[in-house]
Design a protein around this ligand. Structure first.
Ligand code: UD1
Length: 338
């Protein structure tokens, strides 16, 4: 509801910043905490330029237990959208402790402070990675959670479980949003994805290759059991994804949730292969992309796309953009980077 004060952890990150914009547009008061470990402070200016409202910002690392406790004592918060987490799958395999500390220890502190200070609602960034290779497509929320392929994926599963356990014994209500593959940028081109170093995800690698920053895109495998042999994902425009958070938050604030913890898939419902992405990118941006087929990447699933019925019906949310708009905005954003 308008006027409520919402804490957005990781609010200067890729999905966080787009969500802050949508919250402000809906009349929420936003306070961001971010440790700036994987983003830049300039994102705050980007948000401000889009909405004409500078959100309150506190530089804070959620691992700093005492600082987090003081923060909650000093601010009256009506709900939390929790994005702050590490998200590189490969790095999580190399350094699992970092992931359990950054994604799990911090979640525990956050929840403890929410409980201690009667902060009633939480939206949690989860991932379709919890389903692994689902047996049935499109994937519904009832699909079983499979053993995680990486510590990163495991932190999303464990995170959901921890929150669920807390909601059983506490007044807190929560929604886990299981994101499919977020891509694209705000159409103002003032905020977008800022990958550090060599991108691991497909779209930033595509845009950096098109921009000449990378030699060539490697397509990981063309021998999957899919129409063209390359792996299939559900790419969702980040602005659509951001809006799903507002719908989820409103649901909790209005007490429309059916159980104390709920889970929703957030995707478009359409599966696109890696070659689809390459072709659409080239077409909508009128630019050639150099690519080659290489071996499969370990840990990748063949196909994952969402059944969005539950989110459509219960959250009253539906993705509005398609792959074309998302890839156009991703390229416009890349062109703005120096
Ligand atoms: C990964 C994570 C997911 C996380 C998401 C967003 C896993 C297995 N996946 O999703 O949990 O939420 O990132 O950060 O944990 N590809 C190429 N060449 C590249 C890069 C990717 O062909 O250079 C292919 C991949 O094999 C895959 C598709 O593109 O089929 C998408 O890859 P990516 O963007 O990395 O996302 P996911 O692996 O689906």
């Amino acid at each position: 509801m308008k006027g409520n004060k919402i804490l957005v952890t990781g609010g200067l990150g890729f999905i966080g910043s787009h969500t802050v914009v949508e919250l402000q547009k809906e009349g929420y008061e936003v306070i961001i905490i971010d440790d700036l470990s994987n983003t830049r402070i300039e994102v705050l200016d980007g948000i401000t330029k889009i909405t004409n409202i500078r959100p309150e910002f506190v530089k804070l690392d959620l691992k700093e237990k005492e600082a987090v406790a003081s923060f909650f004592k000093e601010h009256k918060i009506d709900g939390v959208i929790h994005f702050a987490a590490s998200k590189a799958v490969g790095e999580s395999v190399e350094n699992p402790i970092k992931y359990y500390e950054n994604n799990i220890a911090t979640l525990v502190y956050l929840l403890k402070n929410m409980a201690d200070n009667n902060v009633p609602h939480l939206i949690f960034s989860s991932s379709c990675t919890v389903y692994g290779q689902a047996d049935e497509l499109p994937i519904t929320e009832n699909a079983p959670v499979k053993r995680a392929e990486s510590p990163y994926g495991n932190t999303k599963q464990i995170g959901e479980e921890i929150i669920h356990d807390l909601t059983k014994v506490n007044d807190i209500t929560a929604i886990a949003l299981r994101y499919f593959n977020p891509i694209g940028a705000h159409d103002s081109v003032l905020i977008g994805e800022l990958p550090l170093g060599v991108p691991q995800n497909l779209i930033p690698y595509v845009t950096q290759t098109a921009a000449g920053l990378r030699e060539e895109l490697s397509v990981f495998g063309d021998d999957y059991l899919t129409p063209d042999g390359t792996a299939v994902r559900d790419y969702i425009h980040v602005v659509d994804l951001a809006k799903a958070h507002i719908c989820a938050l409103q649901r909790l604030l209005e007490g429309k949730n059916k159980t104390k913890m709920e889970y929703f898939n957030v995707g478009t419902g359409t599966g696109s292969s890696v070659l689809d992405v390459i072709n659409v990118f080239q077409k909508v941006n009128d630019i050639a992309l150099k690519y080659k087929i290489v071996d499969r990447r370990e840990g990748d699933v063949t196909s994952a796309y969402a059944n969005t019925k539950l989110a459509n019906e219960e959250l009253g949310w539906k993705a509005e953009f398609g792959l074309e708009e998302a890839l156009r905005s991703a390229w416009q954003w890349q062109l703005k980077q120096v």
